[in-house]
Structure formats: C-alpha cells, structure tokens
Ligand binder design. Sequence first.
Ligand SMILES: Nc1ncnc2c1ncn2[C@@H]1O[C@H](COP(=O)(O)OP(=O)(O)OP(=O)(O)O)[C@@H](O)[C@H]1O
Ligand SMILES: [Mg+2]
Length: 172
Amino acid sequence: MERPAAPAAHQAAEIRLTITSPERMRELGRRLAELLRAGDLVMLSGELGAGKTTLTRGLGEGLGVRGAITSPTFVIARVHPSLGDGPPLVHVDAYRLAGGLDEMEDLDLDVSLPDSVIVVEWGEGKVEELTEDRLQVVIHRAVGDTTDEVRHVTLTGLGERWSGAGLETLTG
Ligand SMILES: Nc1ncnc2c1ncn2[C@@H]1O[C@H](COP(=O)(O)OP(=O)(O)OP(=O)(O)O)[C@@H](O)[C@H]1O
Ligand SMILES: [Mg+2]
C-alpha cells in the first residue's frame, strides 16, 4: 500500500541528561511518566543494552500499570493496563520485526494510540507516521568513560504536543 510521506514535525523541546545508574534510569522513567498522557508516542533509540527497557520499566511504574515490563522474546507488543484510571502502556519492541511496516500494521497501534501511551524500542522507520507529535529518546553509552553505567540521554519533543509540555522539568 502506498503511504503519503509523513510531514516533518518541528522540534518543540530538547533536553540532555546524564544518567549514572539503572536505578536512576528507572527514576527518569517514573518522572517522565508524569508528563505523559493517552495519545503519546515515545520512541526509544540506542544500541543493545543501552537502557531502553530499563527506562520503560520506570515509565510503567510511574503510570501505575499492571504486569512486569520485560524484553519480550516472542511478543512484539504487550499491553499493560492501568491499575488505576490512567491510560494503558503499550510496550513495543520492534527489534525482531523483520517484516517492517506490514507487520507493524498488524499491531493496530493507530487504533490503540488515542487511548494509550505507546513506547517503542527500535521503532525507527517503522512508527513515525503514527503521529506527528512524538517524544524521541536517544540513549548513548558514554564513550571512554571509566564507569560503564553512565548513559547520555537526549529527549526531543516533536510537534505541538511537546511545546510547553514541561520536558525541561526533568533536568531539575
Ligand atoms: N545508567 C544505566 N541506565 C540503564 N541501564 C543501565 C545503566 N547502567 C547499566 N545498565 C544496565 O544495562 C542494561 C540495560 O538493559 P536494557 O534491557 O534496559 O537495554 P535495552 O536498551 O532495552 O536493550 P535491547 O536493545 O536489547 O532491548 C541492564 O543490564 C542495566 O542494568
Ligand atoms: Mg530492550
């Protein structure tokens, strides 16, 4: 099926953080969760073992959802319903999605997005067209650092949603 090219979303906000342990990465997730609401798409990038799933664990804790956030072996997307009255967290790991866009379509993320927070690992080139508004999180291992627990995290908010959304509060 032919798709129209997604219009380029403008960058509304960007912050950079240095995260020094897995526990602090979870804490970042818990704090970021306070800014999230139904309809939000969060794309997590970074090499294997960067800390994407660890961050998602914190998001799940912050959103107060049911079920352990894991790195699924066979499951590509897992829905974690809210334990309260908040939105469910849909956790997608697109790493094994060799089929690309067609397999992605089978997940019906466009159907669940309005009522969910969707977090996607390895989603580059696969989920951008779901919405113009999205939060891109890039996690880098520190190069040449003496401790291998240091991560540099860049959060970029794209589209109207993220202008004035309080992303800068995460730096405090
Ligand atoms: N600052 C840090 N933040 C996050 N994880 C860290 C940090 N320091 C060390 N780690 C460790 O790095 C690993 C990160 O694993 P995680 O599954 O979160 O990565 P991932 O980016 O999801 O990898 P994959 O691409 O395989 O899904 C964990 O073992 C975690 O304990
Ligand atoms: Mg992972």
